[in-house]
Design a protein around this ligand. Structure first.
Ligand SMILES: [Zn+2]
Length: 736
C-alpha cells in the first residue's frame, strides 16, 4: 500500500501553467541543490505496546512522523513508513491468563484497535506488522547469530524476584514497594516517581507482586547478556559524531552512559514468557526489548516480500536513509543497544534518530481523574483529527522539550489560524467564481504569490529538520498577507456592482491561488484539507513545487464547507467522557498504553490523583521554621557543587558518620564526613551524584578533617534524604 500522494491517480487533468507568468526560479534550484533529487528513506515510529489503547500522548509521535513522511513524499522522495504492535512480554501473558484466552487473541484485538485509531488520525503506514510474526522470529535469529559471532553474548546467573503464587518471574513493573532511596511507598521495581532514582527491584523495601499480592521470593536463573562495553569505540564515534542525534542527546549519552563502563544488557528471560524461545538456549526467551526494534526490520521484510522490493536495498545498502522517531524515555535502547545490534548483524545504521519529549496537558502530566488522559478513539468522537495534527505541528521542534497541550490555546489556535486565516480565504472567494472559474491570466497581485513562492525553500528546510513550529509560523505569516489583500479588495462588496465582475474574478483568482499555495505548504499536516482543495480547484496538491506556479483558467467546483470552528463545549465533552472512562482502579501497568516494550508510558507519565501536593502535611515546615531572609549576595557566598561519590566507607566507632570521597571532576577530590550512616549504606552511595557545599572551611573532627558537606533534608537518623541533580548534571558544576 504505497499511499504516496504522487502515486494517487489524478481525477482531473493537470492544469495548464501560465506561459506569460515570468517567475523567478532560483530558489527552486536552491531546493534541488539542498535536497538531492530523490532520497530513499525508511521511516519508523516506536511500536505501541499491545497492552493498551492509543492516547493523545502517543499521538505526538505518530503525527510527528506522519507529517515528516508526507513532507518527504511531497518533495518527491521515496519513503517507506514502518510500524507494528509490540506484543511480547509478561504483561500480555498475565493479561491473557486473567482474561482466560490466548495471547494471540489478546494481541489481535489490540492490533485492530490501534490500526483503527491511527487511520482515524490519518497516520498512514506502508506496513503495520506485529512483533509476534514469523518474519520477526527469523530476523531475531539472524541478529542473534551476528551477536554470537561477534563474541558479544555472555551468560550469567541473575537473582530475580519470583512470584510463587503466579508461578512467574516478575518484570520490574510488576513489583511495588518502598523506594530504597527516599522511602516513598508504592513505587515500581525499576524507578521511583517521587525522587527519580533508578534501582533494581531487589532493592525495594517490602516488595509486593502486583500480579497476586504475594511477597516475591528471590530466585536464581541463568540469563544471557549482550556486552556493549566491547563496542565502546564504535558507540563513542556513532553517538558523538556524524549528526545521527540531536546534540543534547549526544551530550546526555556521553555524560550518563559513556563516562563509565557500559553495563551488560540482560536480553533473556526464563520460561514462562510470551515471546520467542532462543534457538540455542532452550527454556530461555528473548526479552521483549530485544525483539521489538528488530521488528522495524521484519516489518520492512514483510512489506518488501508483498511488493517485490529488494530487502537488501532497504536495510543493507547506503542507498536508503533509515530514520527512527521515538520518545525520550526509550532513547538509550535506540542509541546504545540498537546500533550495536545492527552493526553486529550487518544491517544499515540509522541516519538519524529523532527524539521528542512527553506531552503534558494544561501544564500537567496527563491525568485519568482530571479527564486529560484522552484516548485517540474518545478524541475522534468529539473533534476533527485535523485540529490535533495542526496543533501538534505548531508545537513540535527538533528539541527534546516536553510539549504542552493547553486546551484553551488549542481552541484559539485552531480557530484563529486554520479557520480564521487559511480556510477563510477560500470561503470568502470560491463561491464568487463558481460560475466563471479562475481568470485566464494571473492578475497583478502586487507580488504576493511570488513572495510566498519564494518562502518554499525555508519552509521545506524547517519541515526536513522536524522544526514544524517554524514551518507553521512561516505559513501563518503568509496567510496574514493573503488575508490583508482579500480584506482590502472585499470581493463581497465588488460583486454588488455588475460592471466590476472581471475585477471580482481577478481578486478571487488571487485569493484562491494564495489559499492553494498555503494548502500545499500545509499538506503534510492537513491531508484532508489538501484533498478538499484538490476537489474544489481541480489541482493535484501532490508536489511541493505546485507552490511555485499559479493556477489559471480552471473551473472552480461547488464550495463545500472546509473546516468548522472548534467549540469549547466539544473539548469539554471529550474531557468529561475521558474522566468517566477512568475507574479509580484504572491506574497501573496493565491499563496504561506504552510505546516500546512496556516501559514507562511514552506519551507522558500518567499522574495519579492520590499523589498531589495536598497530601503533603505541614509538619516538616513547622518542625523547622524558615530562616531569616538573606540577600542574594549572602546566598551567593555558599558555593554548592555537583559531586560524584567515588568512595564511601564506614567510620569505625562513629555512630552516625560515613566517610565519603567526593569527586568534583578531574583530579579534584574532597574528603567529607557525613551524618548519614543510619539512612544509607556505602554501597548505595558509590557512583551517585550529590550536592556538596564546597567552600566551607575545613573542620577537624575526631576521625579526620572534613572538607565540605553533602546537602540533605530530613530530621536526622534514618530520616535523611540526600539531594541529587537531575540526569545530565556533571561533577564540578555549580548550583545556582
Ligand atoms: Zn524514591
Amino acid at each position: 500500500m504505497l499511499t504516496d500522494a504522487i502515486a494517487e491517480p489524478l481525477t482531473a487533468p493537470r492544469p495548464t501553467t501560465a506561459d506569460h507568468f515570468a517567475f523567478p526560479t532560483d530558489y527552486r534550484l536552491l531546493i534541488t541543490a539542498y535536497y538531492p533529487p530523490m532520497r530513499q528513506i525508511l521511516v519508523t515510529s516506536a511500536l505501541p505496546y499491545a497492552n493498551g489503547h492509543i492516547h493523545l500522548g502517543h499521538l505526538v509521535e505518530y503525527i510527528q512522523t506522519d507529517i515528516w513522511v508526507r513532507f518527504q513524499r511531497l518533495m518527491g522522495n521515496r519513503v517507506a513508513y514502518m510500524c507494528a504492535d509490540d506484543t511480547h512480554g509478561t504483561a500480555i501473558m498475565i493479561r491473557a491468563r486473567q482474561e482466560g484466552r490466548s495471547e494471540e487473541a489478546v494481541i489481535a484485538d489490540m492490533q485492530a484497535a490501534h490500526t483503527r485509531d491511527f487511520a482515524g488520525f490519518a497516520v498512514e503506514f506502508d506496513h503495520y506488522g506485529s512483533t509476534h510474526s514469523a518474519a520477526n522470529r527469523e530476523l531475531c535469529g539472524l541478529f542473534w547469530k551476528g551477536l554470537r559471532a561477534a563474541g558479544l553474548v555472555t551468560k550469567r546467573e541473575v537473582t530475580q524476584l519470583y512470584d510463587p503464587k503466579a508461578g512467574t518471574f516478575l518484570a520490574d513493573r510488576f513489583v511495588k514497594g518502598t523506594c530504597p532511596k527516599c522511602r516513598s511507598p508504592e513505587q515500581y521495581g525499576d524507578s521511583c516517581d517521587k525522587c527519580g532514582s533508578t534501582y533494581a527491584p531487589t532493592d525495594l523495601i517490602d516488595p509486593v507482586s502486583t500480579l497476586s499480592g504475594a511477597t516475591p521470593e528471590l530466585k536464581v536463573a541463568d540469563h544471557l547478556f549482550i556486552t556493549t562495553e566491547q563496542m565502546r569505540p564504535f558507540l563513542n564515534e556513532w553517538t558523538q559524531t556524524g549528526d545521527h542525534l540531536h546534540p543534547d542527546v549526544s551530550k546526555w549519552l556521553a555524560a550518563a552512559f559513556l563516562s563509565e563502563p557500559l553495563r551488560d544488557w540482560d536480553v533473556s528471560r526464563p520460561a514462562p514468557y510470551f515471546g520467542f524461545e532462543i534457538p540455542d538456549a532452550p527454556g530461555h526467551y528473548w526479552y521483549v526489548w530485544f525483539d521489538a526494534p528488530i521488528e522495524y526490520v521484519a516489518a520492512t521484510a514483510e512489506w518488501c516480500a508483498a511488493h517485490g522490493e529488494s530487502f537488501d536495498k532497504w536495510w543493507r545498502s547506503d542507498a536508503t536513509e533509515v530514520h527512527h522517531f521515538l520518545g525520550k524515555d526509550i532513547t538509550y535502547f535506540h542509541t546504545l543497544f540498537w546500533p550495536v545490534m545492527l552493526k553486529a548483524a550487518g544491517f544499515s545504521l540509522p541516519r538519524m534518530v529523532h527524539i521528542h519529549g512527553f506531552l503534558t496537558v494544561n501544564g500537567e502530566k496527563m491525568s485519568k481523574t482530571k479527564g486529560t488522559f484522552v484516548r485517540a478513539a474518545t478524541y475522534l468522537k468529539h473533534l476533527n483529527p485535523a485540529y490535533l495534527r495542526y496543533y501538534y505541528a505548531s508545537k513540535l521542534t527538533p528539541k527534546l522539550d516536553d510539549i504542552d497541550m493547553n486546551l484553551d490555546e488549542f481552541v484559539n489556535k485552531v480557530n484563529s489560524d486554520l479557520v480564521g486565516k487559511v480556510v477563510n480565504l477560500a470561503s470568502r472567494s470560491a463561491r464568487f467564481v463558481e460560475a466563471t472559474g479562475l481568470a485566464a491570466k494571473y492578475p497583478d497581485d502586487g507580488g504576493l504569490f511570488a513572495s510566498a513562492a519564494a518562502a518554499a525553500g525555508e519552509i521545506a528546510a524547517a519541515y526536513d529538520a522536524c522544526d514544524y513550529n517554524r514551518a507553521m509560523r512561516g505559513v501563518m505569516a503568509l496567510a496574514d498577507q493573503a488575508n490583508k489583500y482579500v480584506e482590502e479588495r472585499a470581493p463581497w462588496n465588488l460583486r454588488k456592482d455588475p460592471a466590476r465582475s472581471a475585477e471580482v474574478q481577478d481578486v478571487c483568482t488571487v485569493a484562491l491561488n494564495l489559499f492553494r499555495q498555503l494548502v500545499v505548504y500545509l499538506a503534510p499536516v492537513l491531508p484532508s484539507l489538501a484533498r478538499q482543495t484538490r476537489e474544489l480547484l481541480n489541482c493535484p496538491i501532490a508536489r511541493w513545487d505546485e507552490s511555485q506556479t499559479p493556477l489559471i483558467g480552471t473551473k472552480v467546483n461547488r464550495f463545500e464547507h472546509l473546516m468548522k470552528r472548534v467549540e469549547e463545549a466539544q473539548v469539554k465533552a471529550m474531557i468529561d467522557e475521558s474522566r468517566e472512562e477512568a475507574p479509580p482502579s484504572a491506574a497501573g501497568p496493565t491499563t496504561s498504553a506504552t510505546t516500546g516494550a512496556g516501559t514507562a508510558p511514552a506519551g507522558g507519565p500518567v499522574s495519579d490523583a492520590s499523589v498531589s501536593a495536598a497530601a503533603d502535611g505541614p509538619e516538616p515546615l513547622a518542625a523547622e521554621p524558615l530562616a531569616p531572609t538573606i540577600t542574594f549576595d549572602e546566598f551567593a557566598k555558599v558555593d554548592l557543587r555537583v559531586a560524584r561519590v567515588v568512595a564511601a566507607e564506614q567510620v569505625p566507632k562513629a555512630k552516625k558518620l560515613l566517610r565519603l570521597t567526593l569527586s568534583l571532576g578531574g583530579d579534584e577530590r574532597r574528603n567529607v564526613f557525613a551524618g548519614i550512616k543510619e539512612a544509607y549504606t556505602p554501597e548505595q552511595l558509590v557512583g551517585r551524584l550529590v550536592i556538596c557545599a564546597a567552600n566551607l572551611a575545613p573542620r577537624t573532627m575526631t576521625f579526620g578533617v572534613s572538607e565540605g558537606m553533602v546537602v540533605a533534608s530530613g530530621p536526622g537518623g534514618a530520616e535523611v534524604f540526600l539531594l541529587s541533580p537531575d540526569n545530565g548534571a556533571k561533577p564540578g558544576q555549580r548550583v545556582h
